[in-house]
Design a protein. Structure first.
Length: 378
């Protein structure tokens, strides 16, 4: 009785893994290595998204969409642009791929709109509701402050020497910059969704307010990646064999994904492995805080623990991130253009998800209705 569900889960995982492998093979082939300009790379992303949406109309053709979107992962590897641009485009290529893969996990009876709604509600794990449209001045203020902090962090990275004890200042500035970017994503999401009149799941939820490392990863940092990727593909299938095994497997998969992302952007294995090591040590922190019963601590003490625990290990992630943006920083005399670029990226990503949530989840629903979470298909 249990054989068929297990076999079905393995097939779903293969349908996700194989296209990524094919994309990697195309990217590393020694026969043809084109130099793709940035505008062409952006156009390729739009083409990828259009193809995936067309093929997602039917579950059978959606599988072809998975293969095609997996091949599109090779495009950023040939991008004739800065490492930051390659990394950002690679992140964006993940959106069409995940949309294409979502029907594998959606209920079989779901139609086209419901399958896309399944994606935009994080595999049916989050609900989307209507609310009165308004202008959230608080979110705008948070967006302005976080953008300013981001620019200050970039200025610190740009001016501080990467030698001796100055490395600590460099890493502190880098960590503040990363948290500021996360808050930019959070605030821009809140601003956009209130203007649209919806309550919808966010990519980020003010990670600096985390009261534990587990909360940081599960509820506040890049929630979509967890709910759409690592949880259904790694954690849930292995949880029946033990939570600890599933936890380490999910973070190992995340480590591999980030290693490949950094390598795609910079073409350097050493710094890529350092970035991956950051994710490998995170399960150890989560197990440690469970043993210390951090959830029973006061909110202030728990937040201090989370920031310290993440801060101690952060150089493994911060240094690769700094080296990723370094060429873009060196190419300009100030931090204005990189700040505007990252602000634009945060807003565009939130527009993509918010518009999808509005169109595919609520457009045809009554004003007081909500899309209830749907159980993940076995």
């Amino acid at each position: 009785m249990n054989a068929n569900p297990k076999s079905s889960n393995r097939k779903k995982i293969l349908w996700v893994v194989v296209p990524v492998v094919l994309g990697a093979l195309v990217a590393t082939n020694p026969f043809y290595e084109p130099h793709i300009p940035l505008p062409v790379g952006i156009a390729a992303w739009f083409a990828d998204l259009a193809i995936v949406l067309i093929l997602s109309v039917h579950p059978v053709t959606a599988r072809l969409g998975i293969l095609i979107s997996g091949l599109f992962f090779a495009v950023p590897c040939f991008l004739w642009a800065s490492s930051l641009s390659r990394g950002m485009l690679m992140c964006c290529m993940g959106f069409p791929f995940t949309i294409a893969a979502a029907p594998l996990f959606a209920p079989r009876t779901a139609d086209f709109r419901r399958r896309l709604a399944y994606f935009f509600t994080w595999m049916g794990m989050r609900k989307i509701e209507r609310r009165i449209r308004s202008f959230d001045i608080v979110s705008l203020f948070r967006l302005i402050i976080s953008t300013v902090v981001f620019a200050v962090g970039l200025a610190c990275i740009k001016t501080v020497s990467a030698v001796g004890l100055w490395l600590l200042v460099r890493w502190l500035g880098g960590g503040i910059t990363i948290f500021a970017f996360a808050e930019m994503v959070t605030a821009s999401h809140d601003l956009l969704t209130t203007l649209m009149g919806i309550k919808a799941p966010a990519l980020m939820r003010s990670p600096f307010l985390s009261t534990s490392v587990a909360e940081f990863w599960a509820k506040r940092w890049n929630v979509a990646a967890s709910e759409l990727g690592f949880r259904p593909l790694c954690f849930t299938p292995l949880a029946r064999h033990g939570i600890v095994l599933a936890l380490f497997a999910a973070f190992f998969a995340s480590a591999v994904a980030h290693m490949l992302l950094v390598y795609t952007a910079m073409g350097r294995w050493r710094i890529s492995i350092i970035c991956g090591a950051f994710f490998v040590v995170q399960p150890l922190l989560i197990l440690a805080e469970r043993g210390m019963k951090v959830r029973c601590w006061s909110t202030t003490a728990a937040r201090v623990w989370a920031l310290v625990a993440l801060g101690v290990t952060s150089p493994l992630f911060v240094e690769p991130a700094i080296q990723l943006i370094a060429p873009s920083l060196s190419a300009t005399d100030n931090v204005l253009l990189p700040t505007i670029a990252m602000l634009g990226f945060a807003v565009i990503v939130n527009v993509f998800f918010s518009m999808g949530q509005l169109v595919f989840c609520l457009r045809f629903m009554p004003p007081n209705a909500a899309l209830k979470p749907t159980a993940t298909a076995p």
